[in-house]
Design a protein around this ligand. Structure first.
Ligand code: AMP
Length: 224
């Protein structure tokens, strides 16, 4: 199973990425986590990227793509599956990730889109700020990260939709409800992923299922 996730900050990609990775026994490659780890250890890379993270800006593409290429090579050695969390963030990264996938014979089967509205995302990120003290979970930086998501990340969804690999889910629910729906959708797709090329598939929009399957309008908090 080879999955990449596209989601605004606060939608729960960290939580859902970890769940998917555990369920399919594949590596969870989370660029934000990898970058924060470098910052915490104050490696040369960590010192170079710290300001970008603190300001809620994107780290230069070549830095992130280098990390991801390394992680994908390692994933190939452990069976070839992966769940990418936090990349791609813009069209150039989407194309580059696709190129790396082609080169390694492991392009993504599914682009998983988690959808939630801004008020809910901001509420979750501020709740997380109280617990985790991330330097980028302040009201100003949250606004900057959301604006960046709509400007440069969300537009790449159309590309995955055209490629037939987009699966959208309603993330306005508790982490366990969203997780259950994701795993059911991925398990249902699994048998034909190897046999039906992306261009012969259709994007799958499950967002309207939210209400039928437990959306309450006041979702339980979910950390990212
Ligand atoms: P995240 O944990 O995914 O919310 O990412 C936290 C921060 O790490 C982002 O606000 C960016 O500064 C940086 N970052 C993570 N992934 C990327 C990426 N693919 N490209 C550029 N910057 C990234």
């Amino acid at each position: 199973m080879r999955i990449l996730m596209i989601a605004p900050p606060g939608a729960g990609k960290g939580t859902q990425g970890a769940l998917i990775a555990a369920h399919f026994n594949i590596p969870h490659i989370a660029t934000g986590e990898l970058l924060r780890d470098h910052v915490a250890r104050q490696t040369p890379l960590g010192r170079a990227v710290q300001e970008y993270l603190d300001r809620g800006e994107l780290v230069p593409d070549e830095i992130v793509l280098g990390m991801v290429r390394e992680a994908m090579i390692a994933a190939k050695a452990t069976g070839g599956g992966y769940v990418l969390d936090g990349i791609p963030r813009n069209m150039a990264q989407a194309r580059a990730a696709y190129e790396i996938g082609l080169e390694l014979g492991m392009t993504a089967d599914v682009a998983l889109h988690l959808q939630a509205d801004d008020a809910e995302l901001t509420r979750r990120l501020l709740a997380r700020a109280a617990l985790e003290h991330r330097s980028d979970d302040t009201p100003e930086v949250i606004a900057q990260r959301l604006a960046l998501y709509y400007d440069v990340t969300a537009p790449i969804l159309a590309w995955y939709s055209e490629r037939g690999i987009l699966v959208s889910v309603d993330a306005m629910r508790s982490a366990s409800e969203v997780g259950r729906e994701i795993l059911v959708a991925l398990e249902a797709m699994r048998p034909f992923l190897d046999h039906v090329p992306g261009q012969d598939r259709f994007p799958l929009d499950l967002t309207s299922l939210g209400e039928a399957f437990g959306a309450t309008g006041s979702p339980a908090s979910a950390s990212e």
